[in-house]
Ligand binder design. Sequence first.
Ligand code: ZN
Length: 386
Amino acid sequence: MLQAPERATREGSSIEEKIVTIKMKISSSALEPIAEKYMQAKRFVLQWLYEHKTTSLKEVHNALYELLREKFGLKSKLAQDCYRDAIATYKSWSENPKKKGRFPILRNVSLWLTPKLSYTIDFNTMTAKILGEEVKIIGYPHNLDQYKDYQVKEARLVKRGDDWYLNVTMKKKVQVEKQVKGLMAVDINMDFITLGNDKQVIEIPTRLDDAVHFKKLGEQLQKRYQRRWRENKRIFNRIRSFHIKARNVIQDFAKKVGKWVVEEAKRLGANYIVLEDLNKMISHVKGLKKDYRDRLYLMQYRRVQEWVEWEAKKHGLNVIYVKPAYSSTTCPKCGYELKGSGYRTFKCEKCGFEDHRDYVAVCNLYGWGSLSLSTAPYMRDVIPNR
Ligand SMILES: [Zn+2]
């Protein structure tokens, strides 16, 4: 286990928590009866919470603990896991205004398990002991090794079809360097992901065209079969599979971008990644042409950024978001407005600067990044001459 006392924080760095959920497939035929009891008990607690309008742990414990043990045959720790689980489900239902009136129906088998007490894992033998039953871990992520020094936290035992899964939450405290050692800007576009600093720029073509291709195939089928495609199961499934393919292409790409960005940041010696704040980007979307709008939605900019953030955090790098204003139409040299001068190139009429659109965006994001960092109070001592 990693020992990282909070007080060991050096100036210019901070302790942050990395959390991952590892999904493992397990062999577990013996768990069926106890899981069934748990689900019955959870439904019972949910109904009780609904009738008594309370989520107080103490009240629930006093009223139901013994009952869960006697009536449903749950062992002491699992009885507690069960009412905690029910309270969490009840809270998220009652706090969601849209779902009011529709009481949660628990269709899927899903059990909350406390580490050590309700389950243990042995990564050396790839076995687990769940509620007293020995099970084999028969499927797990190929990169499991990198999480071996993480702390094992609560888990969820889940049944999907005839298969059983254990989704384990794991945590590790890491020291994140806050001093700026280097910046790298990332500009996300429909055609390219452009990244770099003031010295080097790298372009990665996106897979948006592939995604659009699949989406169009789906739409063509929908058009050809008019209203009948919903009724014909075979055609319905084909259409659906095209749309899923389109989505998967981009999601897969987004994941990879996260990895590439972190690789490049390390190569360039950057511990800060600068991204564009996209909050307002989709707001004017209604006035756009359908083709363009489709591409915009398909591209899932935010998803790409989330993967960059995720990978960055995993590797102890920082991510900052800066205002997108003018990032692609302002001259990075003199700040004058740029004019288009050819296919994807811009020119400054004032100072003569001319370059590729995406390169301009990266330069400006890079500049914004260093600007907003150098004005942050803790940065003034670190880089005095900015
Ligand atoms: Zn200029």
